[in-house]
Design a protein around this ligand. Structure first.
Ligand SMILES: Nc1ncnc2c1ncn2[C@@H]1O[C@H](COP(=O)(O)OP(=O)(O)OP(=O)(O)O)[C@@H](O)[C@H]1O
Ligand SMILES: [Mg+2]
Length: 336
């Protein structure tokens, strides 16, 4: 059986320039494969090209060049077949403002070709499981941001898609709704084998739930693996030791020998380094320092985050990357 559910080859999107600004190459030669049932998280700073990639895969924008197949269908020549098989929850989309939530869900189901009865049944299921009951008869325009988001997600799930695309599903949700949403996403996978491809700015969510993380920067995927592998291979544990002894550089050299890596020695006697397996190596380093008569005041070993991975890959943290994008956008006189 062919297990591939998404495959793209050199998928590229260039937006034509407006006025004096140069063309934007939002996505550059994206070539990825996603297997059936995977839960993939797309990470990257604002403007990295995540939404544009999702919009190409869901047939909402045509690529400038390259090809892709989603659920066995070509995204350019077989758009209706792709659309019938997928669900898509965009970044900040909500149904028709004047519709009541329940009616909106039913009309979306009808749009996907469901019968009125089937659509109504499915709508009730989703209203219950996504905690929408309390506002199911209100107009979409009167909902809070978090309530709207849950309706968006229900809309994406109406046709029980084989493949679900979610663009920042948890942005704007309170912690409890985020937890509910994740439970729902994980249930979809276990009960229906749904493949989920989502973007998020919450790195800890990607770390915890996604089995595969793709890091995107400036239109390209710069890393693609499990969160654990990315962290181990690219970042390592942050080991910090504060020495009381005046012999700081000797202490730094001793620690460097044990950790087999570069150690930064700062003026206040703090030794820092990033090393795989730091939790095991730290006690050994402390033992050696004691044996050498070098007194230690404090020591910590902090496991890496996905932000450390991004830092290792690009030389900047995701937060810094966001600030850069904001400045660039402001300089162009634009808004995001
Ligand atoms: N319709 C458009 N016309 C012109 N440029 C666009 C258009 N849509 C996106 N872009 C540009 O393409 C680049 C990628 O944008 P995209 O929305 O895909 O980023 P993103 O990774 O989803 O960012 P965010 O995290 O802010 O949602 C940005 O430089 C953006 O300004
Ligand atoms: Mg986006």
């Amino acid at each position: 059986m062919n297990d591939t559910i998404i495959s793209t080859e050199n998928l590229t999107k260039r937006f034509a320039s407006k006025g004096k600004t140069p063309d934007v190459e939002a996505v550059r030669e994206l070539s990825i494969e996603v297997r059936r049932g995977e839960l993939v998280a797309f990470l990257g700073p604002n403007g990295a090209g995540k939404t544009t990639s999702l919009r190409m895969l869901t047939t909402l924008v045509p690529p400038t060049s390259g090809t892709a197949r989603v659920v066995g269908h070509d995204i350019i020549t077989e758009q209706p077949a792709v659309r019938a098989a997928i669900g898509y929850v965009g970044q900040g989309t909500s149904g028709s403002p004047a519709q009541r939530v329940r009616d909106e869900l039913v009309s979306q189901g009808r749009f996907y070709g469901m019968s009125r009865t089937a659509a109504a049944e499915r709508a009730e299921e989703l209203v219950a499981s996504l905690d929408i009951t309390g506002f199911a008869d209100q107009q979409v325009q009167n909902l809070s941001g978090g309530q709207k988001r849950r309706v968006d997600i229900a809309i994406g799930l109406m046709n029980s898609p084989t493949m679900l695309f979610l663009d920042e599903p948890s942005t704007g949700l309170d912690p409890q709704s985020r937890a509910n949403l994740w439970r729902h996403i994980l249930d979809l996978r276990t009960q229906h084998g749904t493949t989920v491809f989502l973007t998020t700015h919450y790195l800890e969510e990607a770390d915890r739930y996604a089995e595969r993380v793709m890091v995107m920067d400036s239109g390209q995927v710069i890393a693609d693996d499990t969160a654990r592998a990315l962290k181990t291979e690219l970042a390592g544990d942050a080991v910090t030791i504060r020495v009381a002894s005046e012999e700081r550089s000797r202490a730094g050299a001793v620690v460097g020998q044990v950790l087999q890596t570069e150690v930064t020695v700062s003026d206040d006697g703090t030794l820092t380094s990033a090393v795989p397996d730091g939790a095991r190596l730290l006690p050994l380093a402390l033992g050696r320092l004691a044996a050498e008569g070098l007194a230690v005041e404090a020591a910590t070993c902090v496991p890496p985050t996905l932000d450390d991975v991004f830092l290792a890959l690009t030389g900047r943290t995701l937060r810094e990357a966001h600030v850069e994008t904001d400045l660039a956008t402001a300089a162009q006189g634009g808004t995001r």
